[in-house]
Design a protein around this ligand. Structure first.
Ligand code: ZN
Length: 880
């Protein structure tokens, strides 16, 4: 806990370390509150650092035990100083030396879940970003790379499984029912990639032969009795390993690859070298307990962490400002993997949905920051959608700009040139500039300028000359600390639709770089297309080629035409979203002025025609029929937002659609009946998702028949996806069936914490006045625990981020509730407490009444002392 304001760290102040650590020998004796870590470091002055300075190692809440040794001899008390946050050796030797330090830890008391802690009965670690300094004193920065040898000792019964990074070297029994294992990782790594696990765990094993013939033993460790639920994760792992060889030429490099699933974990998972530690939510799945979305989440997180082996581990980050170097790139890689495993357009739509619902609001509010921030006070607060998801979009644009082949050459060059190093964004981009011959200087602005660029397009059609022109202007809104922005490089994939629905031949405009690609580089451009017979309908930013807000005023006719005919499936979906968004924004406005929600027969017709199509793609049809979210509409409206009006508009449109196309919905629904045996593949998942969308529209339409349908689907479900989609539909209607289904669910899954998370989240999202009390009540449910991040995220996060009308209650009670939880949690787990504050990312756009109440809750948090660095940083930024 820090009571004073955390100091800002700045990219501009980067300095090479004064010392390097070549090897680390850790001897970890797992023994409850008497756990000891002996760390033997081979250090030497860094030729690139300052000479003759003291050695200062980082610590966080550490206790030194015994007397430190320098080259084997005890140090005298005057030559060093040890505090909980630092170990200082006043006059270190001028040449290489060995320092031995012992720290004493109590893993069970570590409620922050950073460093060495206990999850259930197992010992495990989480070191990224700065957790290693909670284990032992160290140069805890990613540009200090060392070779680790780790010896773990523990009680044989308590911890029969002992794992660390790298390859196993030795193991054996010791006196007193104890045993040990030694692990060696030959690849130099920063300490944030260190991991160890000790516990009584079950395992499933498999193996893999790499392209060049290396044999790798694979293992996934889980709680006893959950072995079968790890099978899909293992399958996803093997597919990831093969894909990285094929798509990027990257092979695995150790003899073993281990994954451990734990139930108490602050984030999703962690890519520690050879020993990935996972939130069990991203490992465990069975058809009865996991939805299709859970399976997809497992596939992508398994892939993500595996892909880090090259993008993050073999090449790491010089400093934490470069976080996107590994995260944006690795998200890009896992998205590409998922697109190859599933359907390209559908996955693209779902990634963009995610980007718009989290990253765009972040970029438009007080927490906005560049993909590569240039200052931070708490690095844990920068594991954001901007660094991850916008970071991935930047890589995608790079590929679009330079083309597939040059992109691959650039990646190859990056791997060849920087393997074993801690690199920067400039070094990464230089590889692509070299491989492609492009000047990427302006492109680097994507890393330094925050805010979602707006691209404003106006059309001009001159029938007499057959000339069609697009005036395109870019504008990047001001963000905290950045008021004037420079124009960026924006690749716009595009086409012009003729009245037959096909792309017209583009007349010649010299600035159309490649077939179907316009590249914006300055504030304003005009593109002219000559020799056209009719005004085309423009299809811009196809496949979401740039992460921008496109503003173009197309008529409903144009949008609905594009929704049916655009050759780019992403833009079919986009056109439909744009049509619905415009209607909903108008509708919300009218509702605030006392009017009724608007419907639009042509929107319902468009949905019906997709549902009724002979060659229907179920997954696409589902995406096509889902309305823009309340968050999308909040961002679109931008100021003076009334969440109740948005909800009413959206609900009203759903009701209108339901009423108008009920026969199509029913036919679609009954044509998609459960086929019995469950497989998680994309095609059957698409089928179930469309079934869920149809049911949801039917239920919103009201009527006892639809409710009975949902009740039946709930009861008869043979898999969790169908059961959950029925329960989710029912959760939206205030009807006795809902409560019956909720209590049945609680009974059925009473011993399944991950399943109850779904139950918590659904109830937290009920858009009714009684929900806050319900959430308060659920916090006393025996399955809820303030010690478990998944439970908190489901119930409290589900309410704060998943229930716009009730979190934003006009009386401010939602804000006060969140403030109470954040303040209660902060002393125990500041990282998770800070995450919850993300719910305030758009508070400044609210109408005056709510805005004042949100501010009041934020000020109440801010007035408390001490606050963690995590919470204090966010609350200060929220109020700035
Ligand atoms: Zn990652």
């Amino acid at each position: 806990m820090r009571s004073e304001e955390p100091r800002a760290v700045r990219l501009a102040d980067y300095r090479a370390p004064d010392f390097l650590i070549d090897t680390v020998h850790l001897d970890v004796n797992l023994a409850g509150p008497e756990t000891l870590v002996v760390s033997r470091l081979r250090l030497r002055p860094n030729p690139a650092g300052r000479a003759g300075v003291p050695l200062v190692l980082d610590g966080d809440a550490l206790r030194l035990s015994g007397t430190p040794l320098l080259d084997g001899a005890e140090l005298d008390a005057a030559s060093y100083a040890a505090t909980p946050t630092a170990f200082t050796l006043h006059e270190p030797p001028a040449d290489a030396f060995e320092l031995t330090l012992t720290t004493k830890l109590d893993p069970a008391a570590n409620t922050q879940l950073m460093g060495l802690y206990r999850s259930g009965s197992a010992y495990c670690t989480q070191c990224e970003a700065e957790g290693f300094r909670r284990i032992t004193y160290f140069l805890d920065r990613p540009d200090v790379l060392s070779v680790y040898t780790v010896r773990i000792e523990a009680d044989r019964a308590e911890a029969p499984v002992l794992l660390a990074n790298g390859n196993p070297v030795e193991s054996g029994d010791l006196d007193g029912n104890r045993h040990f294992a030694v692990w060696h990782d030959p690849f130099p790594k920063p300490c944030y990639l260190f991991a160890l696990v000790g516990g009584d765990l079950a395992v499933i094993k498999d193996d893999f032969r790499t392209a060049s013939g290396r044999h790798v033993d694979l293992a996934i460790y889980v709680e006893h009795g959950k072995e079968e639920r790890a099978a899909y994760a293992m399958d996803a792992l093997k597919r990831s390993m093969r894909w990285d060889e094929q798509a990027f030429g990257r092979e695995y490099d150790l003899d073993v690859f281990n994954i451990v699933a734990v139930s108490d974990f602050n984030m999703g998972a962690m890519e520690n070298k050879g020993l990935n530690v996972f939130n069990d939510k991203y490992v465990l799945a069975s058809s009865e307990t996991a939805t299709d979305a859970d399976y997809a989440g497992i596939e992508s997180v398994i892939a993500h962490e595996y892909f880090h082996n090259w993008t993050g581990n073999r090449i790491t980050c010089r400093d934490w400002f470069q976080l996107c170097l590994k995260e944006g790139l690795t998200v890009f890689r896992d998205q590409e993997f998922t697109q190859d495993m599933r359907s390209r357009p559908v996955e693209r739509i779902s990634d963009v949905r995610g980007l718009r619902s989290v990253q765009f609001p972040e970029d438009a509010g007080p927490f906005a920051h560049p993909v590569r921030p240039d200052t931070y006070r708490e690095i844990n607060n920068f594991y954001t959608a901007t660094v991850y998801e916008k970071g991935a979009e930047v890589i995608r644009m790079l590929k679009t700009l330079i083309g597939v082949d040059a992109f691959r050459r650039g990646m190859d060059l990056y791997f060849a040139r920087h393997d074993g190093e801690a690199a920067t964004i400039e070094q990464f981009i230089a590889c692509f500039a070299e491989a492609s011959g492009h000047d990427l200087k302006q492109f680097l602005l994507w890393y330094s300028q925050a805010g979602t660029p707006e691209v404003i397009v106006t059309e001009h059609w001159d029938a007499s000359s057959g000339t069609y022109a697009l005036d395109i202007r870019q504008h990047i809104p001001a963000t905290p600390g950045q008021t004037d922005k420079k124009p960026m490089v924006i690749p716009l994939a595009f086409g012009l639709l003729g009245s037959d629905g096909n792309d017209v031949d583009l007349g010649s405009d010299g600035r159309v770089k490649r077939e179907g690609l316009i590249v914006l580089t300055s504030g304003e451009h005009r593109f002219e297309f000559r020799g056209l017979k009719e005004r085309p309908v423009p299809s811009l930013n196809r496949n979401f080629s740039s992460p921008i807000q496109l503003k173009i005023d197309l008529s409903d006719n144009d949008l609905l035409f594009a929704a049916r005919h655009d050759g780019d499936q992403f833009n079919c979906w986009q056109a439909m979203q744009s049509a619905m968004t415009r209607l909903l924004v108008t509708s919300a406005k009218e509702i605030r002025e006392g009017g009724k929600p608007l419907g639009e027969p042509r929107i319902a017709e468009a949905i019906a025609s997709v549902l009724n199509a002979n060659d229907r793609d179920d997954a696409f049809a589902a995406q096509f029929s889902i309305l823009p979210t309340e968050t999308d509409l909040t961002r679109e409206i931008g100021t003076n937002v009334d969440p109740d009006a948005i909800y009413a508009a959206r609900r009203g449109l759903k009701e209108a659609i339901s009423a108008q196309i009920q026969p199509s919905l029913l036919a679609c629904y009954s044509g998609l009946a459960d086929q019995g045996s469950y497989t998680p593949d994309a095609k059957s998942a698409g089928r179930r998702s469309l079934r869920g969308v149809a049911l949801d529209l039917l239920v919103v339409g009201g009527g006892d028949e639809a409710i009975a349908l949902a009740e039946r689907q709930y009861a008869d479900a043979t898999n969790m996806t169908d059961r959950m989609s029925a329960l989710a539909s029912l959760s939206q209607v205030d009807h006795p069936v809902r409560e019956r289904a909720f209590s049945d669910f609680a009974e059925r899954f009473a011993n399944e914490p991950l399943v109850l998370d779904k139950w918590f989240a659904l109830q937290a999202a009920i858009p009714e006045r009684g929900t806050l009390d319900r959430v308060r009540g659920l916090m006393n449910h025996p399955a809820f625990s303030m010690g478990n991040p998944n439970r908190i995220r489901s119930l409290v996060g589900g309410f704060a981020s998943g229930n716009p009308t009730q979190f934003n209650r006009p009386d401010g009670a939602g804000y006060e509730f969140l403030a109470d939880v954040v303040l209660e949690l902060d002393p125990k787990n500041p990282q998770v407490a800070a995450r919850l504050l993300g719910a305030f990312r758009s508070w400044k756009t609210l109408e005056n009444g709510r805005r004042a109440l949100a501010e009041q809750a934020l000020r109440r948090i801010n007035a408390v002392s001490p606050l963690s660095a995590d919470v204090s940083d966010l609350v200060t930024r929220a109020l700035a």
